[in-house]
Design a protein around this ligand. Structure first.
Ligand SMILES: NC(=O)c1ccc[n+]([C@@H]2O[C@H](COP(=O)([O-])OP(=O)(O)OC[C@H]3O[C@@H](n4cnc5c(N)ncnc54)[C@H](O)[C@@H]3O)[C@@H](O)[C@H]2O)c1
Length: 419
């Protein structure tokens, strides 16, 4: 996992070559501001007690309160939490959200817990970190294996501790507890608005609009649905159990229904769809490839197979630095995670704003606000990438770094004090 953090920091160094940035700024961004490690002691249903390692990292708060999810996963560790918090710092800066970056985790297999054990664990997390989180300090959200129900318990626990309703402490809550409309498909919708806005630049017109999607969960299903409704042809899909291709195009809802009944996308056999391996899926000719599964899925062993013109990273960290180089050399345009999947954190930001103002927006208003932000920041990254002739990932980091740098400099760096 040290590799994960050094990989993330190498992207910072690369971006720094393309913008004017004080060395003090880079030094500051290389280290997390604050990380707390605890053990959560939780009573199990059988009366025994178990303890679970847990962390919360506030990586950088120069631009505002830190923001980032909490994951419950058996392989979570402090390096992973730190790296994810670093990514959140840059993602919020790319989107110009008034936030820094944070992240949290519990090392646990949540599927091994009963619902009431899960609730006690979630409440124990908030008890341990209540001094660190807060609506103006650090605002968690769901991540891998945490969901709106867990966010509801956490918001409730925090409100009991501070003795007043405090919905803005956490986003991704259920609607009746102050959640926002539009959060369900926000990540995919943000990616969709980005593609639509850049359609001409990416030469995605006419009949050349084939799409392959790796991972068919929340992000994968919704991007399939949105692109299909817009006339794109979904020619390949996969999940953890297998992959299917269909040159004539797949109907996302029909595949979803087959998956619900058969447990995998491979249960869908309509319209001439056939099962293929994961490598065959990646090698399927298409205009857009959407990684929407897990990190590190596209690596130096399979990046050379890709025949897409554009990669839309809805997953976090799906392309390793080695694979990035292979794709760049092949002329594949990678729209990077910190921009392409930032629709999720952007609608989380809308949830926080609505909680604080106590006035809630309709769905159309949320979609419109999301579209404007995706287009504005997508255009800035695109222009920087094309003007400086650098990969879009480097451009996105450079764009974020410029914003972070100005904010850090506004607090005073050495030139200010000696000049
Ligand atoms: N949901 C969000 O709002 C959001 C926001 C930002 C980033 N992301 C990122 O998007 C990715 C997917 O998130 P999600 O919420 O859709 O998760 P999810 O759990 O709903 O779906 C993940 C999907 O990936 C599939 N999968 C797992 N391993 C695979 C493999 N090796 N090959 C092919 N498919 C595989 C699973 O079967 C599942 O269909 C993650 O990287 C997540 O961090 C999600």
């Amino acid at each position: 996992m040290d590799d994960l953090l050094s990989g993330a920091l190498s992207r910072l160094d690369e971006a720094a070559k393309h913008v004017e940035v004080d060395s003090e700024v880079l030094e500051k961004l290389k280290y997390a501001k604050e990380t707390l490690s605890v053990r959560l002691s939780v009573r199990m249903d059988d009366g025994s007690r178990r303890s679970f390692p847990a962390w919360r990292c506030r990586y950088d708060d120069t631009r505002g309160p830190t923001k980032g999810g909490i994951r419950f996963h058996p392989s979570s560790n402090v390096e992973e939490v730190t790296t994810l918090a670093f990514w959140m710092t840059f993602k919020c800066a790319v989107m110009n959200l008034p936030y820094g970056g944070g992240k949290g985790a519990v090392k646990v297999d949540p599927h091994s817990l009963s619902k009431s054990e899960l609730e006690r664990l979630s409440r124990a997390y908030v008890q341990a970190f209540a001094g660190m989180i807060g609506p103006d300090r650090d605002i968690p959200a769901p991540d891998v294996y945490t969901n709106s129900m867990i966010m509801g318990w956490m918001a409730d626990e925090y409100s009991s501790i501070v003795r007043q309703p405090s919905p803005a402490v956490i986003t991704g809550k259920p609607l009746p507890l102050g959640g926002s409309l539009g959060r369900d498909d926000a990540t995919a919708r943000g990616g969709y608005y980005l593609i639509k806005h850049l359609e001409e630049d990416l030469r995605l017109s006419g009949s050349a609009r084939r799409v392959v999607i790796q991972g068919y969960g929340n992000a994968g299903f919704h991007i399939a649905r949105l692109l299909h409704a817009d006339g794109y042809r979904i020619v390949g899909l996969s999940d953890s159990r297998g992959a299917i291709v269909c040159e004539d195009g797949l109907d996302p809802q029909a595949v979803q229904t087959a998956k619900e009944h058969g447990g995998s996308v491979t249960a869908y056999t309509g319209n001439g769809a056939r099962a293929v391996t994961g490598d065959e899926l990646l090698g399927t000719p298409c205009e857009i490839l959407v990684p929407a599964a897990l990190e590190d899925q596209i690596h130096k062993g399979n990046a050379g197979l890709i025949k897409a013109r554009v990669v839309l990273e809805l997953a976090n960290g799906p392309v390793t630095p080695d694979a990035d180089r292979i794709l760049n050399e092949a002329g594949v345009i990678v729209l990077p995670d910190i921009l392409a999947n930032a629709g999720g954190v952007t609608v989380s930001y809308f949830e926080w704003v609505q909680n604080r103002q106590g006035y809630y927006w309709g769905l159309d208003e949320i979609h419109e606000r999301l579209r404007v932000i995706m287009e504005t920041e997508g255009r800035r990254v695109w222009d920087m990438g094309t003007t400086k002739d650098i990969p879009m990932r480097t451009a996105a980091y450079a764009h974020a770094l410029e914003r972070l740098s100005k904010a850090i400099a506004a607090h005073g760096t050495q030139p200010f004090f000696v000049g």
